[in-house]
Design a protein around this ligand. Structure first.
Ligand code: E4P
Length: 220
């Protein structure tokens, strides 16, 4: 499964990239606004920090003609850029146009398998299925992910299912169980994936025993 970090903060991207397990970055208008920096400079810095990774940058217009202009502008900034497009009617039309031109797309704000079908048929590279925002409404957000993974496999669409709006490690476990292709998450969720108390206590015991015995890897 591909692992993306969901942030507009370049320092967070650099920290996640250091581990060597990061496949890409997702941003959205809220995250870019929170970064306090310009859109283009932030996206370009992210591309540089994650060589070869897929970096999602979102259009903000809601009519087809302006969305297309924005998409072509954003896509021209760097070859790693994936144009993020909301799942609205002109958005689906835009994804088809971009897909025909060989430009990668990430269809965002997808909540149902019906919406995902529209994105898949338009040729979306990624379908971003939001989980946490549905859980917030006391409904299981992972259901639509499972249905979408099945739909894509059944009909052989090339789109990858991207689990978004991930809030905690359990969402990551559920994403893996569903067979989703990608999960994007805040840095703090990636950091939590490393952690287990038995890892910490186990390591401490290994080191204590080693040191007590006076051993060294580099023998004198
Ligand atoms: C994904 O691309 C979105 O930017 C993100 O996952 C939204 O997460 P949120 O619901 O926690 O804002």
């Amino acid at each position: 499964m591909k692992l993306f970090v969901d942030t507009g903060d370049i320092e967070e991207v650099k920290r996640a990239a250091e581990w060597g397990v990061l496949d890409g970055v997702t941003t959205n208008p809220t995250l870019i606004a929170k970064s306090g920096k310009g859109f283009k400079e932030t996206v370009l810095a992210i591309c540089e920090a994650v060589p070869g990774g897929d970096i999602s940058a979102e259009v903000v217009a809601t009519d087809y003609d302006t969305m297309l202009k924005e998409a072509l502008e954003i896509a021209s900034w760097h070859p790693q850029i994936v144009v993020k497009v909301p799942l609205i009617e002109p958005g689906v039309r835009l994804v088809k146009t971009l897909s025909d031109k060989g430009i990668k797309t990430n269809v965002t704000l997808v909540f149902t398998v019906g919406q995902a079908l529209m994105a898949a048929k338009a040729g979306a590279t990624y379908i971003s299925n939001f989980v946490g925002r549905v859980d917030d409404l006391a409904t299981d957000g992972m259901n639509a992910v499972t249905e979408t993974v099945e739909m894509v496999a059944t009909y052989g669409y090339r789109s990858e299912v991207l689990v978004a709006s991930v809030r905690h490690p359990l969402h990551v476990l559920q994403a893996i169980q569903s067979g989703a292709h990608v999960a994007t998450m805040p840095l703090k969720v990636i950091e939590a994936l490393f952690k287990h108390p038995l890892t910490d206590s186990g390591l401490q015991r290994f080191l204590d025993d080693w040191n007590k015995a006076g051993l060294s890897i580099f023998e004198k």
